[in-house]
Design a binder for this molecule. Structure first.
Ligand SMILES: C[S@@+](CC[C@H](N)C(=O)[O-])C[C@H]1O[C@@H](n2cnc3c(N)ncnc32)[C@H](O)[C@@H]1O
Length: 435
């Protein structure tokens, strides 16, 4: 539905649904139009900003009829700050939109006619859930970039951040005044133990910092246990130059304890991590598995819980710090049947093939699995089940289509909301090898 207004590139549009990336979708004269900051059911006036083959991008001009799912955004920076997409939509509808997005990706890209999504798990709290933040710094100001831009939006609070980090921004500005060179970013991580690690990240040249851990702690008024100086080259991972104090903290998740180093990955949603671990490890109890392999295993977040139910387990991970945490974590959790290997997943395939697991867990970055990894896993002679944890439904669906070609099929999937107020979504997909 839609009509051209005043002969300009403005038209009326009814928003049908939300799509991966966060925009709303409507149709004008049969042409698909994507618009940010709208809600399903909205009747809006939009202006076309670009035309591509088969679809247009538009900006919201005016809401004529408001969707029943619209709510007042909590945060004054919403719309300017690029961190959130959906604060203007009630939380129940955000979760439903994510379910639909996963379902549609599995249908369209994965070519699975009726994918079975047997559970949708909302975040127990849609606010104050994030344990990590990468805060941008420019010209004495701190905040986040705007949507698809490198313009800094200065903020004083962020309601997505864990309570101890939520209002940290003015204190970071104070710290900034004490630093001899302006950094590029501050990275903060606050563990479930309430211990905070800080990274001061530079790009290019910078002068030596003489602040002690105690001085930085005093300025930030956080339970800071360590801070590090890092340097980042364009697009790369920050490289550690120096660390003061402790460079790791601990996470307690249910009955498991994890050491997490400043440079290791850990799940960001403090309220959902246990739900995620349970959904993954329960798969190991559904049959008697001899050997479980966990690729992209991080600090052993799934390897260790899964390891309790299987005869033996092993993890493969490319980050050296994460592997050293994982080795430590198997000991503090009292498990002797687990091994970890520091390898890129593709390099680690030789190990996977030699071990020949019957259960495999994968949790790759957004880019998903390479064709080589999919093929090698699908051809494992003893393979019975794969649990694929994904933070990108498009690459998940692409990989599932390839798994299908090699006789490994989707049984069911679960959608977990690890990232409220954003379009990001976590899926746990359970695949079975057809014999
Ligand atoms: C989404 S995280 C998952 C980690 C862990 N499963 C968890 O839940 O905490 C992805 C992990 O894959 C690792 N990684 C990224 N690229 C990799 C690669 N090519 N080979 C092996 N590991 C990789 C990252 O260091 C990170 O720890």
């Amino acid at each position: 539905m839609g009509e051209k207004l005043n002969g300009r590139k403005q038209f009326r549009l009814r928003i049908e649904k939300l799509v991966y990336g966060g925009k709303g979708l409507g149709r004008f004269n049969g042409r698909i139009v994507f618009v940010p900051q709208v809600a399903p059911g909205d009747l809006v006036v939009v202006e076309e900003v670009s035309r591509k083959s088969g679809f247009s991008e538009a900006r919201l001009v005016k809401v004529l009829e408001s969707s029943e799912h619209r709510v007042e955004p909590l945060c004054p920076y919403f719309g300017k700050c690029g961190g959130c997409d959906w604060q203007h939509i009630d939380y129940k509808e955000q979760v439903e939109a994510k379910r639909l997005i996963v379902e549609e990706n599995l249908q369209k890209i994965g070519k699975i006619r009726s994918p079975r999504i047997d559970e949708v798990v909302p975040s127990p709290s849609p606010w104050n859930y994030r344990n990590r933040a990468q805060i941008k710094v420019r010209d004495g100001k701190v905040g986040f970039f705007g949507k698809s831009s490198h313009q800094l939006v200065e903020v004083e609070r962020c309601p997505l951040l864990k309570k101890d980090l939520e209002g940290i921004f003015p204190r970071l500005k104070e710290l900034l005044r004490e630093l001899p060179t302006e950094p590029y970013e501050f990275h903060l991580y606050s563990s479930s133990k309430g211990e905070v690690l800080l990274k001061i990240v530079y790009q290019g040249r910078f002068k030596r910092i003489d602040l002690s851990l105690e001085q930085v702690k005093e300025i930030l008024k956080l339970n800071l246990v360590g801070y590090g100086i890092y340097k980042v080259a364009n697009g790369g991972y920050p490289e550690r130059i120096k660390f003061f104090g402790r460079d790791f903290t601990y996470e307690k998740v249910g009955k498991f304890k994890f050491r997490v180093s400043a440079d290791s990955f850990f799940q960001v949603n403090i309220f959902q991590v246990e739900n995620l671990i349970t959904r993954v490890s329960k798969a190991a109890t559904e049959a008697q598995f001899m050997l479980a392999g966990d690729l992209y295993c991080g600090v052993g977040t799934f390897t260790i819980p899964v390891g309790r139910y299987v005869h033996r387990a092993f993890g493969v991970e490319s980050n050296f710090w994460a592997v050293s945490d994982a080795l430590y974590n198997k000991d503090i959790n009292g498990l002797r049947n687990i091994q970890f290997f520091c390898r890129e997943a593709e390099e680690g395939l030789k190990i996977v093939e030699d071990y020949s697991p019957d259960l495999v867990v994968v949790d790759p970055p957004r880019s998903g699995l390479s064709g080589k990894v999919v093929k090698a896993l699908a051809r494992l002679p003893r393979l019975r089940k794969i649990v694929y944890v994904s933070c990108n439904p498009s690459t998940l669906a692409r990989d599932l289509a390839l798994f299908h070609k090699f006789g490994v099929n989707l049984e069911r999937a679960k959608v977990l909301d690890m990232f409220p107020q954003t379009y990001h979504v976590e899926t746990v997909a359970y695949l079975r090898k057809v014999r």
